[in-house]
Design a protein around this ligand. Sequence first.
Ligand code: HEC
Ligand code: HEC
Ligand code: HEC
Ligand code: HEC
Ligand code: HEC
Ligand code: HEC
Ligand code: HEC
Ligand code: HEC
Ligand code: HEC
Ligand code: HEC
Length: 311
Amino acid sequence: MLNHRAIALSIVPLLLAAAAAAQNAAAVVAPAAAASPYAGSQACQTCHEDLYNGVMKSPHAAVETDHRRGFAGKACESCHGPGAKHAESASAADIRVPSKLAAAAADRICLSCHLNEETRSGRLQSSHAKNQVPCTSCHQIHAAGPLGLLPHGQAAVNAQCERCHVNVVAQFQQPNHHRVPENAMSCVDCHNPHGSLRPAMGRAFAGNEPGCLNCHGDKRGPFAFEHAPVRFEGCQTCHEPHGSSNPRMLTRAQVRFVCLECHANLPAMNSRPVAGVVPPAFHDLRSPVYQNCTVCHQKIHGSHVDRNLLK
Ligand code: HEC
Ligand code: HEC
Ligand code: HEC
Ligand code: HEC
Ligand code: HEC
Ligand code: HEC
Ligand code: HEC
Ligand code: HEC
Ligand code: HEC
Ligand code: HEC
């Protein structure tokens, strides 16, 4: 609103300069100063009945009735700006439509009320904001139904994200995947589309830990013997979060290839101090017995009792 007024004010001197005769300038400025620039929602209703009904049935009806936000009786103009001139002229040129503004300018209108709400923290850092994906690409103000103002339910949220993230849809087609295509889960279980302090707009658990722990709490510990990468590098070091053709959504086809990326030079038993994977070293990778690491190292996410994650 401030911006709009600032623009209106900055136009005044231009008008004055343009108008050669002083009485012309007075004729332009004086009536505008006297009448309110707002028409009120009732005025909009006379010509935009269906849109009026839509908004008044949506949560934004609160703007119309609640005096605290300063737009009681003129909710339409909280987003569209002062509309008295347009209500008279019925010309598109006299009214603001967020969809015709640059993404950042459109977002600023919404954030004039929705700033500092819990889910919007980090919004300014989000990839969506940086890539000109405005609020209105996901929130349709005037539409009803599951894809209207707020997507309701997992299917509606997923459908919305999938419109743009086609490559991610493909990742979920892999045989082992989180059940997003089945709509048993949704993208916002793991991501905050408004931004977050974690990488890839990931949801957090208990402040700053991976959001995975919201559902996989048994992997959190605290363990007496931690497996370092679980805490320090995150779950996606070993798992594909969306989907994978590998069992357990691992990043590699077999467990041992995941391990050997970091443990290429396996140490030996204490009694036979030879490093490596070939005898006399203890871990003989030629033998099938030693290929399936997690048969022995069962507590791969951390152990309460065993330093070597064996139990
Ligand atoms: C006298 C009838 C009338 C009233 C009253 C009226 N409008 Fe309109 N409005 C129109 C017409 C006609 C159009 C289509 C203009 C065009 O497409 O050229 C329109 C278009 C619009 C648009 C779209 C502009 C665009 O660029 O596509 C918005 C937004 C709008 N009106 C909002 C409002 C709001 C908010 C109010 C109340 C403050 C309001 N209107 C009051 C007749 C009216
Ligand atoms: C919360 C913000 C907001 C409020 C409140 C709001 N609008 Fe809109 N309006 C928009 C946005 C954003 C668009 C652009 C279309 C879109 O992205 O959904 C729009 C588009 C329009 C259009 C253009 C036609 C169209 O559907 O694209 C008209 C007309 C309009 N609004 C009228 C109204 C009227 C009348 C009211 C009050 C009853 C109102 N609006 C209240 C945000 C709002
Ligand atoms: C004048 C203040 C104001 C403006 C501007 C505004 N909103 Fe709202 N919005 C509200 C209020 C009030 C509610 C009712 C729920 C609440 O109290 O938070 C609401 C509700 C919503 C909801 C539904 C929340 C729910 O839990 O059901 C969404 C989504 C939303 N707004 C998005 C937007 C978008 C997108 C824009 C910009 C086009 C916008 N709003 C502009 C005040 C505003
Ligand atoms: C990429 C899509 C997307 C964008 C961009 C987006 N939102 Fe949302 N928004 C959602 C989804 C999906 C939900 C529902 C979240 C849920 O169910 O947990 C939501 C929920 C909300 C809610 C409801 C309350 C809440 O916190 O869950 C409000 C209010 C809201 N968004 C406002 C905004 C505003 C303001 C902007 C722009 C600054 C914006 N959104 C940008 C997708 C988006
Ligand atoms: C209108 C198109 C559009 C919609 C709808 C959309 N996105 Fe995006 N999203 C983008 C663009 C553009 C980027 C930035 C380029 C990229 O990383 O692909 C992006 C980036 C992302 C990123 C990467 C963040 C990063 O920092 O690497 C995530 C995660 C994401 N979106 C999740 C979602 C979710 C969840 C939804 C549904 C609630 C959603 N998106 C809906 C367009 C969209
Ligand atoms: C089980 C949790 C989870 C679910 C569900 C999920 N994501 Fe992700 N997503 C992640 C994690 C974790 C990353 C970061 C991966 C990394 O850092 O390598 C990510 C990365 C991304 C990225 C950026 C990297 C890329 O692959 O392009 C986008 C975009 C994205 N997700 C979109 C989506 C969309 C859209 C959905 C729903 C269809 C979705 N995600 C569902 C956890 C999830
Ligand atoms: C909203 C809850 C939820 C979140 C958040 C979540 N998961 Fe899951 N995860 C599940 C469910 C439910 C299953 C079982 C799926 C099935 O049976 O098909 C699962 C399965 C898995 C599996 C495969 C287990 C198997 O037996 O094949 C792995 C690995 C996994 N999740 C890792 C992660 C990672 C990594 C993250 C964070 C990026 C994450 N999950 C976030 C609910 C969640
Ligand atoms: C060092 C690599 C590694 C890291 C990091 C890792 N995992 Fe795993 N995870 C594995 C391996 C290997 C398996 C398969 C074990 C098997 O097949 O015996 C597995 C299995 C799973 C399973 C399915 C079996 C079970 O135990 O429930 C889930 C769920 C899972 N991991 C979640 C997570 C989550 C959540 C994180 C992050 C907190 C994480 N993982 C971090 C290697 C890892
Ligand atoms: C991203 C790298 C990484 C991956 C992948 C990885 N580890 Fe580790 N692992 C480590 C680090 C770092 C330590 C801690 C070493 C230390 O404390 O000296 C460790 C410690 C261990 C330990 C405890 C021994 C000790 O010295 O504390 C065992 C056992 C182990 N890893 C087995 C595995 C197995 C089995 C896999 C495959 C499922 C695996 N690791 C995958 C990095 C990795
Ligand atoms: C047959 C059971 C078994 C299999 C299979 C196995 N290990 Fe081990 N591993 C052990 C035992 C027992 C120890 C403890 C040795 C000791 O006390 O010095 C150990 C120790 C380790 C250590 C820690 C050594 C140290 O510094 O204390 C790492 C790392 C390790 N194994 C990785 C792996 C990897 C990677 C694989 C798969 C390629 C694997 N193991 C397969 C039984 C096994």
